[in-house]
Design a binder for this molecule. Structure first.
Ligand SMILES: [Fe+2]
Ligand SMILES: [Fe+2]
Length: 244
């Protein structure tokens, strides 16, 4: 992961992250053929833009960058209804079972080691916010988007849900939630040094890191399935339903 600062050069973005380079180019302050040795600071002030704003845009792009090794081939050939069922059983059920368990492990570790490591209390606060956000996000999917997808595929029509009867609105919200979750996962990795186990860690500490690592992995795949398969598929089905 590239450490971003106002002294980061465009050439470093090029080497480390196509997503960050694309995000930079989408702002229009750097174009093909411009000097790649320019720093973020130099680029921004040349256009009267506060570097802190660009750094935020780049950090979001980096967090959302999904490694190309994520394998979601298990979804190949599935109908959208089957994709929804796969997501509910492999990810939503996993989260409902595991989030409270991890939360409890973190509380125990903070109780013992929190006073000597401030990062653990940051981790506790971050994870507790993630738990609330993810439960509400899953409910949003289960009460709005998923029924719409099932209706489209099975009835050729959408019965109104809490988010109306078109998939575009909820999908825009969900994509935004996903970007935030990926940023939070990046922060979790940072706070745990990529889930590295300290030599002195007790059993509970080790278990906490192991479970957090699995949670990270499961969530990256979960988001990838929705962003890359379910959402585009649902939008396409909606267009077909509208005769487009
Ligand atoms: Fe989901
Ligand atoms: Fe989601």
């Amino acid at each position: 992961m590239l450490e971003l600062s106002s002294n980061t050069r465009v050439t470093e973005l090029k080497d480390h992250s196509p997503a960050m380079l694309a995000a930079l180019m989408s702002t229009g302050i750097f174009r093909e053929g411009d000097n790649p040795d320019a720093t973020i600071d130099e680029l921004c002030w040349g256009f009267g833009l506060n570097p802190a704003i660009l750094l935020q845009i780049l950090a979001r792009a980096q967090a959302a960058e999904v490694p190309s090794t994520i394998d979601i081939s298990e979804l190949d050939g599935m109908t959208l209804t089957q994709v929804v069922e796969n997501i509910e059983s492999s990810h939503h059920a996993y989260l409902r079972e595991t989030l409270p368990v991890i939360g409890e492990l973190i509380d125990r570790v903070v109780g013992v080691h929190g006073a000597s490591d401030a990062r653990l209390t940051d981790l506790q606060e971050l994870f507790s916010n993630m738990m609330v956000g993810m439960e509400s996000h899953m409910l949003h999917e289960e009460e709005a988007l998923f029924p719409m997808v099932r209706d489209m595929e099975n009835d050729g029509d959408i019965k109104p849900t809490r988010c109306g009867s078109a998939v575009g609105g909820p999908i825009a919200c969900m994509e935004n939630d996903h970007e935030n979750v990926l940023l939070e996962l990046a922060r979790l990795r940072e706070l745990t040094d990529d889930y590295a186990v300290p030599e002195t860690a007790c059993r509970t500490y080790r278990k906490m890191l192991e479970q957090l690592d699995q949670f990270n992995e499961n969530t990256v795949v979960h988001v990838h399935k929705e962003d890359k398969v379910l959402f585009p598929g649902a939008l396409k089905a909606q267009r077909a339903l509208n005769g487009g």
